[in-house]
Design a binder for this molecule. Structure first.
Ligand SMILES: [Zn+2]
Length: 314
């Protein structure tokens, strides 16, 4: 097994959203990758610019961030050529690592645009190093920029940020400093490919919580009627639990509940309503053990949401 830290730079339509190609909102113009062995020692790298086929000018934001020259990309190879070589370089047992959840989604969306064969498994598990950084050094919820993380860990940062190869180098250096045993189980699931049937739905059990990724639904209402989405069986023993706080919404994307397992105590349910790249709806549900104090806070949120609803319906 090898860890492959990958980072992509992309451009978007320079003439605004109305003129963009809906199948390729973000066109990849550079890929950088670093390979690490299981001891997280660097064993190789891959870095190449990519000649754009759709957007021939840089969006002003891209230009500001990237400091790349469109002229210089004219001699680069095209996306399918580069990516095919990239996957052979990766080998078969690559474990992908990225800073944040976006790169693998955009990689696959570009591959689909060029009708390339997608060799990635599904579900595709990967390490979101930005999330692991938050789990180890912060509250697990905050998300830092790569530069902030590099500064925090005292890694020397003479190379520029927002160039694919340099960013993978920094991400690899951050990985090296991590207490890997504490985070290695917290792999993320890539949301480019999503389950289409009930059978394909994803259930993952971590030490401290459980995660469920649903199949896609035409809309939010259909998703929130689904039995599996709403079910709150104990993720440790599978027992049916007594619901103490019913599912309630905070905004239109987050729902919470609290139940009690006779053996494992209070368990919080959280539902996040998400959109797929094809604009369908899917659900990510987590179940997690909580204490009485957490339960009081959620109950207070529930009472507030109920009052608000009552007030609005009058
Ligand atoms: Zn239980």
């Amino acid at each position: 097994m090898a860890y492959v830290v990958v980072d992509l730079e992309w451009n978007q339509c320079p003439y605004g959203k109305a003129k963009e190609n809906p199948d390729l909102p973000f066109e990849i113009v550079e890929i950088g990758a670093i390979k690490l062995n299981e001891e997280r020692e660097i064993t190789g790298h891959f870095s190449e610019a990519i000649r754009p086929q759709v957007y021939r000018r840089f969006h002003h934001r891209t230009q500001e961030i990237l400091h790349m020259d469109m002229e210089a990309l004219r001699d680069a190879r095209t996306f399918p050529q580069v990516i095919e070589d990239f996957f052979s370089w990766c080998g078969e047992d690559a474990q992908f690592c990225t800073w944040g959840p976006l790169d693998l989604v955009e990689l696959q969306r570009n591959m689909r645009f060029y009708q390339m064969n997608n060799p990635l498994p599904h579900p595709l598990f990967y390490y979101d190093i930005q999330k692991l950084f938050s789990l180890l050094y912060e509250d697990g919820k905050s998300r830092r920029s790569l530069k902030d993380a590099v500064d925090f860990l005292g890694i020397s940062s003479e190379a520029p940020f927002h160039r694919a190869f340099e960013d993978t180098y920094y991400t690899a250096e951050i990985m090296k400093q991590m207490d890997w045993d504490r985070v290695r189980e917290y792999r993320s699931v890539d949301y480019f490919w999503l389950p289409e049937t009930k059978k394909e739905e994803i259930h993952i059990l971590f030490q401290t919580y459980a995660k469920f990724v649903s199949r896609t639904f035409p809309n939010r209402e259909a998703a929130l009627r689904d039995k599996e989405v709403l079910s709150t069986c104990c993720y440790i023993c599978g027992a049916r639990m007594k619901r103490l706080v019913p599912w309630f919404g905070v905004g239109s994307k987050h729902y919470y509940s609290v139940s009690r397992c006779p053996e494992h105590g209070l368990i919080k349910g959280k539902i996040r309503v998400k959109k797929s790249v094809d604009d369908r709806t899917f659900i990510v549900k987590t179940l997690k053990k909580i204490d009485e104090e957490d339960m009081k806070q959620i109950r207070a949120k529930y009472e507030a949401a109920r009052k608000k609803k009552k007030y609005e319906s009058h």
